[in-house]
Design a protein around this ligand. Structure first.
Ligand SMILES: Cc1cc2nc3c(=O)[nH]c(=O)nc-3n(C[C@H](O)[C@H](O)[C@H](O)COP(=O)(O)OP(=O)(O)OC[C@H]3O[C@@H](n4cnc5c(N)ncnc54)[C@H](O)[C@@H]3O)c2cc1C
Length: 360
């Protein structure tokens, strides 16, 4: 079976790996290059402590499990550092811990002195939550490694202009110079996915969610965990740079415009970061702007699209979700049966929830 995957972000790379392992002949086509979209500008936090509802929690928790499996198979740039979170305080923090513990998630309340011991260079809050099972990925490097491990063919700098069909069945993707034939096409083009699906009558309404992330110049190793504070979320990369989205609570950020230039946002966010990490001089070095791929209801969209052989996978929190989603979608695309547990995980996220009612 020939599968063409449009998009070489974290979704496309995981799909390439999973489909190739399922025995398919895979080609990945990207208008720019690996991780050129939201993936290369992502914070890379793998977590289930943020979620919209119980089903979304279950999918995210399965996402963490899928990373553990993937990391057993491949030597990936994923640090199982755990997360310290003090976005909330007092009773709100206790409620958050209880809610997560009731779902079976590891969330332990730790004291100010525990935070001080775990992160000696951070001004400690009165209490924090410790999420032991969470991790941080280097999204760009991870994407490159998965694409390479998939051994799929890659066409980079090559925009897909359209998806070809014959008698209601996909036959390939149209690029400069002609058509790449395929039995199945998976659209994993992030914010560009709706434009590829629309000509085939598939609706995928999206929100406009610009996000800015900055990183500092490298500093000596001073942070161990992913830290989630009222001033924002920050972590130190393996190269010593500290990174932080400029929006506080960036996972639930619902702004559709930026309140300042990316430079102004980075300046302000770096000052907030410096205030909670006074021991080392922090200077921001690079700020990046990306549109997060957020479907209209905020939830993932994945699966068959109503045209024979056409599938899609578009979502925010794609770093967390890509391995679990790719494994399930690869089974569907290649015609393997899903387990009941897999089917239940993805049932709420089908593309047909956005298709207009057929007039009577
Ligand atoms: C600031 C920020 C912080 C984030 N933090 C986190 C986090 O901590 N944890 C988390 O889980 N998620 C996070 N996310 C979300 C996550 O990064 C995205 O959900 C994920 O990267 C989406 O991956 P993707 O592969 O679907 O899309 P993308 O990475 O956007 O990839 C789409 C690819 O499709 C290509 N493409 C587009 N059109 C075409 C075409 N016509 N033909 C060929 N190729 C095409 C593009 O060039 C691009 O490479 C964050 C996002 C942002 C912006």
């Amino acid at each position: 079976m020939r599968i063409a995957i449009i998009g070489a972000g974290i979704l496309g790379a995981n799909l390439a790996y999973a489909c190739a392992r399922a025995g398919a002949d895979v080609i990945v086509v990207d208008a720019a290059g690996p991780a050129a979209g939201a993936t290369g500008r992502s914070f890379g936090w793998i977590n289930a402590s943020f979620f919209h509802d119980t089903a979304h929690f279950e999918l995210r928790a399965a996402g963490i499990d899928a990373y553990r499996r993937l990391c057993r198979d491949l030597d990936l740039p994923v640090a199982w550092s755990g997360c310290l979170c003090w976005e909330e305080e007092g009773e709100a923090l206790e409620r958050q811990a209880k809610q997560l513990n009731d779902l079976g998630y590891s969330a332990e309340i730790i004291s100010k002195s525990d935070v001080k011991r775990k992160e000696p260079h951070v001004v400690p809050p009165p209490q924090a939550l410790s999420f032991r099972t969470e991790a941080a990925a280097e999204p760009g490097a991870l994407t490159h490694m998965l694409l390479s491990a998939s051994q799929a063919k890659r066409l980079m700098g090559c925009a897909v202009e359209g998806i070809e069909t014959l008698n209601g069945q996909v036959t390939g993707v149209r690029v400069a110079g002609g058509v790449i034939e395929a039995d199945r096409v998976i659209v994993a083009a992030g914010t560009h996915s709706p434009a590829l699906l629309a000509p085939l009558g598939v609706e995928l309404p999206m929100l406009h969610r610009p996000g800015v992330i900055f990183q500092t110049k490298p500093v000596p190793k001073i942070l161990t965990h992913i830290c989630v504070a009222p001033i924002g979320e920050f972590r130190q990369r393996p190269d010593g740079r500290i990174m932080m989205p400029t929006a506080v609570s960036h996972q639930s950020d619902s702004s559709d415009t930026l309140s300042d230039t990316p430079e102004g946002l980075a300046e302000a966010a770096c000052a907030r970061l410096q205030a909670v990490m006074p021991d080392v001089l922090l200077e921001w070095e690079e700020a990046s702007l990306a549109n997060r791929p957020v479907p209209k209801d905020g939830l993932p969209v994945l699966g068959a699209c109503g045209v024979e052989g056409l599938f899609t996978a578009v979502m925010h929190s794609g770093i967390t979700l890509a391995p679990v989603v790719a494994r399930i979608l690869a089974a569907e695309v290649t015609g393997a049966a899903l387990s009941n547990a897999q089917a239940a995980l993805v049932a709420p996220y089908r593309p047909d929830r956005f298709q207009a009612e057929t007039p009577a």
